[in-house]
Design a protein around this ligand. Sequence first.
Ligand code: NAP
Length: 257
Amino acid sequence: MSTERLAGRTALVTGASSGIGNAIAAAFGREGANVAVADIRREPKLDDERSVFDRLSAVDAESHFVETDVSDDGSVEAAIESTVDRFGGLDVLVNNAGIYYQNRAHETPTEEYDEILDVNLRGVFLSSKAAVPALKRSDNGKIINLASIYGLVGGENSAAYCASKGGVANLTRQMALDYAEDEININALAPGIIKTAQNVEWRENNEEILEAWHRDTPWPRFGEPDDVADAALFLASDESDFVTGTVLSVDGGWTAR
Ligand code: NAP
């Protein structure tokens, strides 16, 4: 049910064609926002995922696709520019695009480390840098970064990913300080295991990892993309106007131990 919490606002969500970003974009559209979908792909990754554009049009939200690689500064700048041109401004940036490969440090090819850091951390930096001027012009400027439980605690077999998400968590705190005087709220979400394409292979085909993830998730189920979208909606809305520099766990209790 819509409560029009984002009526008249414009949001740009990176990686919004699939998974968590898709759910965030749909929730923002339902609450009245115009939504720019900035992704390297247009179609969702999983066969049973609904197109974000169908979800947005079903709630009469305006959508705008901008093919974007968040690790490329020119691509990101063009995405922000085209969103501002299309909708007249930008109020909310969600830095959601991210990738995950499993490896211990000594087994991680340097190219893989660079790729993960480029998308997950450099991407957040580049998109935020490009968006700040427009967000300063907004009366409701918000940045929401997708960190992870693996940005708050270590996780086995995930050296580059943990390095990238730890960076996202602390870049969030750092930027919150610099832009508080401009009244731009800058926060992060730290999801636990959320059922998306990012982990489907392990959930479906790796009994050992599945068991370990259930053991580490006190809540009796894994998360759904909508669980994260609900938290993102709070961070995008006026209800979080005095919340900045925080990393909110959406993890079924994983990091409560
Ligand atoms: P997902 O289902 O794989 O969706 C990510 C989307 O981002 C895909 O459409 C992907 O396209 C796109 N993308 C990848 N690289 C990109 C780039 N360079 N520029 C623009 N778009 C790009 O992932 P998700 O599970 O929803 O994850 C969303 C965010 O939450 C990520 O930052 C992730 O690390 C974080 N997170 C997820 C979980 C979880 O359990 N799922 C837990 C903690 C944190 P391609 O697939 O074609 O590359």
